[in-house]
Design a binder for this molecule. Structure first.
Ligand SMILES: C[S@@+](CC[C@H](N)C(=O)[O-])C[C@H]1O[C@@H](n2cnc3c(N)ncnc32)[C@H](O)[C@@H]1O
Length: 373
């Protein structure tokens, strides 16, 4: 049916509603006095009625990923794609809502609508108009989405540390992302940028920061051993229950590879690790850092802590050490941050992950510490 959404009858009707919403929004015949909860963001003044059912369908997107993209190329005469983004922080207000974007066929023009998240029928239209004005003030239309993403990254909530004691990765979607896109990306980049540089019989020192239960560590160790590379694997993880599970896993692998493998587990956050005496032993000694959903990512740390953590990671690496970064949530450091910390980027790639049938873009990074000596 739709190119990017495996539309069942429920999502079909949802797409139908969105198309109607679009048609109503662009139509000239709207009664501008109608008080309702959907409005074109730029150029138009009409406010449209959006029913509760429509809103609850929008909310289901909020629960899955925050963003949904649906191709309507073959199914609507005017629009080729629609995108729905949940705004959990509208600049200048405490309100939440949805930004609905349609791409017009032929011209590629983007048309934006705002839908309030409020389910209260007695909402205040003046307040509603204020949200639109805040959105308009926050960015010119061509920068609206990038500005909103930036704001979202700057103000994203951090999960309490205890949350990582749960089996957070067990969900079908999380497992699929790790097994099908995230882990293969790390293994491929190790093959390309890290493993070929190990000479002779020396061991490769890998530091896996926020390594959890050693899920990815196991895959990396097997991969290195298949290439006959000795490994010194350090897993840094603050949560004891995760560490215990990692240790169970490691005892079996250790048995398999014996003296070709050394594993060390450090129970700490990265931030606390820097305050420990043993930390100095690792400075400038690590060949490769892995941060897969670690303390550079949204939900794990704030953006300013992610930037500080990147600088710490830089200090831990050997003079041409490598770092590979990805994760389930967005990475909070960007190309500029890598350069500022003294890295050269080898690779910065957008990985498209499938979230309930919709593509969501994640940015991955592979970098090398600048050889300054
Ligand atoms: C999304 S999980 C990723 C686990 C693992 N890297 C994997 O790929 O399976 C995030 C992990 O980072 C750990 N973590 C959270 N805050 C951290 C911090 N400040 N420093 C180091 N690790 C942290 C959590 O305890 C959790 O195990």
């Amino acid at each position: 049916m739709f190119a990017s959404a495996q539309a069942d009858s429920k999502s079909d009707s949802f797409v139908e509603k969105l198309k109607t919403f679009y048609t109503t929004c662009v139509s000239e015949s709207i009664d501008p006095k109608k008080t309702a909860q959907g409005r074109v963001v730029f150029s138009d003044t009409h406010i449209l009625k959006v029913d509760k059912q429509f809103k609850s369908q929008l909310s289901s997107i909020k629960q899955s990923s925050g963003i949904s993209i649906i191709s309507t190329e073959e199914h609507h005469p005017e629009i080729s794609q629609l995108k729905i983004k949940y705004l959990d922080n509208i600049p200048g207000s405490n309100e939440t809502g949805f930004l609905v974007r349609f791409i017009v066929k032929g011209s590629g023009k983007k048309v934006y609508f705002y839908v309030s998240d409020s389910t209260d029928d007695r909402y205040d239209p003046n307040n509603y108009c204020k949200q639109i004005d805040n959105l308009k003030r926050s960015a010119p239309i061509e920068k609206l989405e990038t500005t909103l993403s930036k704001i979202q990254r700057q103000s994203a909530n951090v999960f309490p540390l205890e949350k990582w004691g749960d089996d957070w990765e067990e969900g079908r979607r999380n497992q699929a992302v790790y097994n099908c896109t995230s882990d293969p990306m790390i293994l491929k980049n190790l093959d390309t940028y890290v493993f070929p540089n190990i000479n002779g019989d020396r061991e490769l020192i890998i530091l896996d920061i926020g390594g959890g239960k050693g899920r990815l560590a196991e895959k990396i160790i097997h991969s290195a051993q298949q290439k006959d590379i000795k490994v010194y694997y350090i897993l840094l993880e603050p949560i004891a229950s995760q560490v215990n599970k990692a240790k169970e896993r490691f005892s079996k692998i250790q048995e398999l590879y014996k003296d070709r493998l050394i594993i060390q587990v450090i129970v700490s956050t990265l931030e606390n690790f820097t305050k420990q005496d043993c930390y100095h032993k690792y400075v400038g000694a690590v060949d490769c850092i892995i941060s897969s959903g670690g303390p550079l990512n949204m939900s794990i740390v704030t953006q300013s802590d992610a930037q500080k953590n990147l600088a710490v990671m830089h200090g831990l690496l050997t003079k041409d050490g490598k770092i590979i970064v990805n994760g389930l949530t967005h990475t909070l450091v960007n190309k500029k941050d890598f350069h500022k910390c003294g890295f050269t980027l080898f690779n910065m790639s957008a990985r498209i992950i499938d979230v309930d049938g919709d593509p969501v873009v994640k940015q991955d990074y592979v970098a090398r510490k600048n050889n300054t000596i």
